[in-house]
Design a binder for this molecule. Structure first.
Ligand SMILES: Nc1ncnc2c1ncn2[C@@H]1O[C@H](COP(=O)(O)OP(=O)(O)O)[C@@H](O)[C@H]1O
Ligand SMILES: [Mg+2]
Length: 253
């Protein structure tokens, strides 16, 4: 049995005195598409931000690729944080730069490659997300779905083993969201990338998730971890059943 690529142990997340998540533990296997789901405000982004080291846990540990992020400081922490890529909820490409320059940025800043090598790598990343023809466009000239793909290309610039995506399909129409889901699956399958994806879109959950971790605001923690089909067909609690059935009803309405 290989070591899981991510291990979260007894993680408790708080802002000041307000505990958001209590005692959350799970592992993610290499190559898995792991979804974090749950209603608005339940702590999905909070969990993600703790997993990538943007927030410090109140208690508990996070291991990424065998290294304990929560016990790593200084340059070693910076190096560890460069082993994964992140695309945030807001997308956040730099609007004053071309798409290519956005993807070039981490390569120029964090590698020793010369300019032409950086450009070669950046163009490869754009090709992997289907945007090679748009290198010279500015982000504002791209559709919402293309902006998301460009943000993923930038997150992939330094060849991360893990990609973290926070609500990648937010604000996209269903067809474009489905295309993004297909891209995530393709990158996981062809490159062996591990994905941690925050979403509350039921269609996305079923399209991409190998397993899904469900958080709950009332419980202040994780209430289920399983395949989406299992969560739908054998919900371990009313809250899980309600989440899946309310969403299904809404989509069929
Ligand atoms: N930086 C912060 N400081 C204080 N409270 C926060 C902060 N970020 C989020 N929260 C609170 O934590 C809870 C969970 O937020 P969040 O993780 O963003 O939920 P989700 O992503 O599931 O919608 C919410 O009640 C939110 O108001
Ligand atoms: Mg969020």
């Amino acid at each position: 049995m290989t070591e899981p690529i991510i291990r979260v142990e007894n993680l408790t997340c708080a802002y000041g005195d307000e505990t958001i998540l209590r005692d959350v533990s799970f592992t993610v296997e290499t190559g898995e598409v792991f979804v974090i789901l749950g209603g608005s405000g339940c702590g999905k982004s909070t969990l993600l931000r703790h997993m990538i080291g943007l927030e410090r846990p109140k208690t508990g540990q996070v291991w990424l690729t065998g290294e304990e992020l929560t016990a790593t400081e200084g340059p070693a922490r910076q190096a560890l944080m460069r082993k994964f890529g992140v695309a945030y909820q807001s997308g956040a490409l730099f609007g004053s730069m071309s798409v290519l320059d956005n993807v070039l940025l981490p390569l120029v800043n964090f590698t020793q490659l010369d300019r032409s090598a950086c450009e070669l790598v950046a163009r490869l990343k754009l090709r992997q997300v289907g945007l090679e023809a748009y290198a010279d466009y500015s982000p504002a000239e791209l559709s919402g779905g293309m902006q998301k793909r460009a943000a993923i290309a930038r997150a992939m610039a330094l060849d991360p083993k893990i990609l973290f995506l926070d609500e990648p399909s937010a604000g996209l129409d269903p067809v474009t969201a489905a295309e993004l889901d297909a891209l995530i699956n393709q990158l996981a399958q062809t490159l062996g990338l591990t994905f941690v994806v925050v979403t509350h879109e039921l269609a996305s959950i079923f399209a991409i998730a190998d397993r899904a971790l469900m958080l709950d605001k009332g419980a202040k923690g994780a209430i289920a971890l399983d395949t989406p089909e299992q969560l739908r067909d054998q919900p371990p609690s009313d809250a899980v059943r309600r989440f899946f059935h309310r969403e299904i009803n809404k989509e069929m309405a």
